[in-house]
Design a protein around this ligand. Sequence first.
Ligand code: MOS
Length: 743
Amino acid sequence: MTPYIGKPINRVDGVAKVTGKAKYAAEYKAADLAHGWVISSSIAKGKVTRIDAEAALQLPGVIQVFSHENRPSLAWFDMSYKDQDAPPGSPFRPLRDATVKYSGQPVALVVAETLELARYAASLIRIEYEEEEHETALEHNLHRAREPKSGVATLLKPPPPKPRGDFEKDFRAAAVQVSGTYVHSAEHHNPMEMFATTVVYEKNNKLTIYDKTQGAPNSQLYVSQVFGIPFKDVRVISPYVGGGFGAGLRPQYQLFLAVLAARELKRSIRVSLTRQQMFTFGHRPACVQQVSLGASAEGKLEAIRHDAVGETSQFEDYTEIVVNWAGMLYPAQNVTLTYNLVPLDVYTPIDMRAPGGVTGLSALECAIDELAYKAGLDPVEFRLKNYTERDMNEDLPYSSKELRECFRQGAERFGWANRTPEPRSMRNGHTLVGWGMATGIWESMHMPARAEAVLTVNGKLRVSSATADIGTGTYTIMTQIAADTLGMPIEDVIFRLGDTDMPLAPIQGGSWTAATVGSAVKVACEDLGKKLFKMAQKMKQSPFADVKLDEIVFENAHIRLKADPSVAVSLLDIVGTNGGRAVSETSTSLPNMLEQRKYARAVHSAVFVEVEVDEDFGTVRVTRAVTAVAGGRILNPKTARSQIIGGMVWGISKGLEEESVMDHQFGRFMNHSLAEYHVPVNADIQDLDVIFVEETDTIVNPLGVKGLGEIGIVGMPAAIANAVFHATGKRIRSLPITLDKLL
Ligand code: MOS
């Protein structure tokens, strides 16, 4: 019975969020709370030679100024514990020594009785530096590109597959060829909620930490390892996150600084970053890509070469999957894919929604469009002609792949058949109209996780797991899964998350949470159900004494006989036999790797976009877009649609607006505010439509869901660029497509 799964249930956390009841990391109070203010380095590379904090320290109410000069010694400064999402290399350790590795690096923390005082005191502190030459421009350093180092984190981000066939030979012989260089700058995370940590210093030296994170257990592990504190003395709580998108996959430096200060001062403290400082802890890396494609005269794609060079820091090798997608999407026989890094004097890049995927597809899917034009084929027809049921990198069949249906339904909804293929052939009065499309793909991952299910003495179901809800709808879909699995009315089910006292779950990322935590919730509720059934069998005159588990159902808070539903025992009566105690079960869900590894597993999309381009001004507006997604089972069409719409909006942002502009003279990101770092406003977003095509998958995970967090953005920028070409006849290979590029 699934009365809730598949229904557009409203967000169970919606009211708390819109009424302000939902509290975020910087909103928790503590008696005697002190406030920290971070001082960021004004140089990109060199050394701090002098910190003059005297004037600041003389102000009444200023408690301490922490820097490398007076920080406590921690074993961590000389060894190298890493967080769950750390790339290979040596993690950044704030206040370790006088070295400055990037602009904006935290070099001191001012602690005062109030936030205003801490901020004012920070303005009085004089810091002198010895500057060294820095290198921050990716395009000037491409000659230094080298292969990434590998490490544990690379398990989730495998390097490109070995070349197959002979690209060079086949490309030279191809009847139709395209070749182009694609670039995009760095982009920064700008969720509504800034990174913040409130550390509550308890009497017994225990720490209760409210942290903005995509995984409370990751922050707990970090604090425990870095400061050498036992797990039991560090509790991390993070029930609400005001937008995550990848930046919270790693503990950020305000967590370190807040814990350091709290332990030294033995009092509670809050450290919150400013909007400007949100540009100092990792970004989507700038990337330069070269794509060359060769096809037969009939439009059969035969040769693919995709080379990408991304930036990283001097101390860690951040990697993402940029080029592998070509081999997953197209069945060409001659394929060469390469991925290299250039270390620069910047902070280590960090995952940002569909990391690598949206980067790579933004180039590949434009090149495919160009090739389709050269081959004289409609872009949809070209993709159907070059369709594959197998991931050619691994030579494995897809566990399911309804991408064909995405093309068909998406094209129909959009009205693609009415398109005239020639560029500049469609107009709306004065403006040029362009229709473009692209394919999207993202891996469907499944991780181990745990959950607890409790039936309370009042007959309510309480389920928990230490996962996060970064705005994805996790609270809601987990409540639905729990309610359906144990046959409970949804009003009697509560799901809680974001607390390290709860059973362990991985960081929320990679679009894996629905599959991962959903499976754990399902198993925990099933196990609780079995326990309750056994208890029911032991009840006096139990109608189930000789009944087997597969002969009963859980329905409407009762266990019922399938053959005769009037034979039933209520869950409330069952828990009533437990001596006034709740009944609980904690379970682990592990991916069935033996079965899963026989298949490639991915979510797919087809994206159709209409743009209007004003030729006089070079302005581009996305007037409508349709995304058709093959995402397996859809748990909640409302939250699912919201995920895809959010991804599409970000795709418009990446395609047309978003860009971190660096002044290489200073090695500093200059547009570090929402006034100058452009993201779409309401007026930029017009008609967005989402289709979920039917797709059944029994392999990906027990729920058959594929994850929707990232797929919404993946194909958008390419579809926009292709629409701009259709409108104007101009191939813009650098994102975002700002008006200067069209004039
Ligand atoms: Mo996502 S970039 O895995 O939070």
